[in-house]
Design a protein. Structure first.
Length: 270
């Protein structure tokens, strides 16, 4: 018996990194998955983004656990496309109980692309808004409650990501997710739908563990501990975040809503 037997999860940014880890970890606990990712390069992002092959790999790993998955390419900035992917998944897997608004970008290098501010805000903030708004009506109508988790960052709890336009947009977008978490938690509480945020330190995923991002982070005063972790680790593992999410979306956390949960090796405590 898994903690999430019979549940269906809608996960954005699911092709690799944290999103893939969440899909696999939830599947291990019995959930079926609607997995969405843009699977394309955004021009202002200086590191390689996920590909259709990455999304196919996520599907293979979920299916290897005996769970069902509907994997769709969709851009969270495009609300209509996101809704079409959601509707396809629901038609094939059933109604959604869990929403993980995980898709995000982190183009924080000092040499900014002209459109980087808009791209970061559109993906990291508006994309999360689109994700919640896409799933929320059917969750309310069904009347069975549910759980929504927004992927933030330690940047949501400080101002330490840098002074480039990309870095400022990243920090601003993640701070805004704290507000969305609290607002939606209050709005959806009467429907027994819980809304929480997880705020990781640097995670060992392709978004962070690449020459561009690591090179930028290591310019900071913390040197090798670029994220400012208190515990002696540079990057945490994606599964550490996934384990926290499994707890948040399970009945073990049934009365927890509106929280900003650091999963950060003590970075927020420094």
């Amino acid at each position: 018996m898994g903690k999430l037997d019979g549940k269906v999860a809608f996960i954005t940014g699911a092709a690799r990194g944290q999103g893939r880890s969440h899909a696999v970890r939830l599947a291990q606990e019995g959930a079926d998955v609607i997995a969405v990712d843009v699977c394309a390069q955004i021009e202002s992002v200086p590191y390689p983004m996920a590909t259709p092959d990455d999304l196919a790999q996520t599907a293979e790993e979920v299916e290897a656990l005996g769970r069902r998955i509907v994997a769709c390419q969709a851009d969270v900035r495009d609300e209509a496309a996101l809704k079409a992917a959601f509707d396809e998944g629901v038609a094939r897997l059933g109604p959604v109980d869990i929403v993980l608004a995980n898709a995000g970008i982190a183009p924080m290098a000092m040499h900014d692309h002209a459109g980087v501010w808009a791209d970061v805000i559109d993906v990291n903030l508006t994309g999360v808004f689109h994700t919640i708004e896409t799933a929320m009506p059917s969750m309310i109508e069904r009347g069975a409650g549910g759980s929504i988790v927004l992927t933030g960052s330690t940047a949501a709890l400080s101002g330490a990501v840098g002074h480039s336009r990309g870095g400022l947009a990243y920090t601003a977008s993640k701070h805004a997710l704290v507000g969305l978490t609290r607002s939606y938690a209050n709005r959806l509480a009467p429907h027994n739908i819980r809304v929480n945020g997880v705020h990781p330190s640097g995670v060992d995923t392709p978004m962070v563990n690449n020459p561009v991002t690591l090179g930028f982070l290591r310019q900071g005063p913390q040197g090798g501990h670029a994220m400012g972790n208190a515990l002696p680790v540079e990057l945490i593992d994606a599964v550490d975040v996934s384990n926290a999410i499994v707890w948040l979306v399970s009945d073990d956390a049934r009365y927890i809503t509106g929280v900003a949960l650091p999963v950060d090796a003590g970075a927020a405590n420094r």
